[in-house]
Design a protein around this ligand. Sequence first.
Ligand SMILES: [Fe+2]
Length: 493
Amino acid sequence: MIYDSRGNKSVPLGSEVTSPVPVLFHYRTQKTLPSSSSLSSNPPNSHFSPTRRRQNRMGIEEGFKLVGYSNFVRVNPRSDRFAVKRFHHVEFWCTDATNTARRFSWGLGLPIVAKSDLSTGNAAHASYLLRSGDLCFLFTAPYSPSIAAMEEYSSSRSSVPSFDHDACRSFSAKHGLAVRAVAIEVEDAEAAFNASVAHGARPSTSPTLLLDNRAVLAEVELYGDVVLRYISHKPNPDDSDPGARFLPGFQAVEESSSFPLDYGIRRLDHAVGNVPELAPAVAYVKELTGFHEFAEFTAEDVGTSESGLNSVVLASNEENVLLPMNEPVFGTKRKSQIQTYLEHNEGAGVQHLALVSEDIFRTLREMRKRSGVGGFEFMPSPPPTYYKNLKSRAGDVLSDEQIKECEELGILVDRDDQGTLLQIFTKPVGDRPTIFIEIIQRVGCMMKDESGKEYQKGGCGGFGKGNFSELFKSIEEYEKTLEARALPGAASA
Ligand SMILES: [Fe+2]
């Protein structure tokens, strides 16, 4: 995906620290890149109407307009409606949490660190927490509702108060393996919920004190059957149980593996949603969170209509919580991948989760080893022409050796005016062609906070928008080399 900005000029970020990401590459100041619009030689072939209108709750018509990559100027109005800290966790609803959690644990190098299940006195659902650095994935599946209703389990309590048997079952039946909740840690979950609902959010779970009153959870609808979950913790410096540190009611799990399970993944960078129509979805989330438009990208931006999507990225004040959303574009030669998702998912939902690695080469080597033995498979690698062109695109940031390693591992590289993005996508992780994982490493944009501590600016290097046109161009070039090779053979046949 994309992006760049709108408005006037870049506004410096505040002093709050986002998760620091070690910079493993030596990088130099980046040169200004040509505008992506210079790559657009084809007329747009989309049915997207650039300006859409909606009515706010007061019945006043408001404009929503995608201006595209080259016209977008990034501005940070710091307009969050409540104090946002960071992504807290992502919860998947599934039909068997044990197997799903173990598969993700093995495939991504995320150890299972905490549980809430029958063994901890929870007869409602089995939940397993995977953690690496700041990244937390929670896998939840329902137990038998009749068991949960039995008297002997009457003292059993769900550790996630929003859990609902019927909702969980029908969610999995409808969507397959999918994300139920994108959770963010906020200063005060009750205040966040109230502010959101006051600004049009559809409530899902009212603010609820968790088991021992040390945390508050609340939820509002995000898109489709996905909720935006607010978590706030009450300070408890004595708490040494990492399970309880996640949420009360969870117990730590002893490391059972005979070798350390860590491939270098450290945190969630962005959680992307696919929606049928971008304008109302963006307006809704923007209004309830106060998040600002961080970047956008339209089908026209890539110089080919093949991307089949328009996209907008919403960001929190500190730009460490990034919520991109995509909509399908119709009228293209190939069916939009977003439309395919919407059909298979039966509606809107989380399309991909971008996970930050502190060393993408190491992460990819480990993940690729396991692709055929229970891990995750990756999308096909670009043709060699892509990496030949990469030298001129990123030769000032990546060494020849690193470019070679990118080619060996199938890593894509893109950049914006501020930094460089290394990225790669898995194939869909479940049965349906719906949710997948992106592994990324951002290079550049290092800043210092007031205390002198170095941190990396959120969204540094963009989201891979340039790779649409680069991949298209390199495939064309590669096909030409194949044709050239085929000619002598054809002549001699
Ligand atoms: Fe992404």
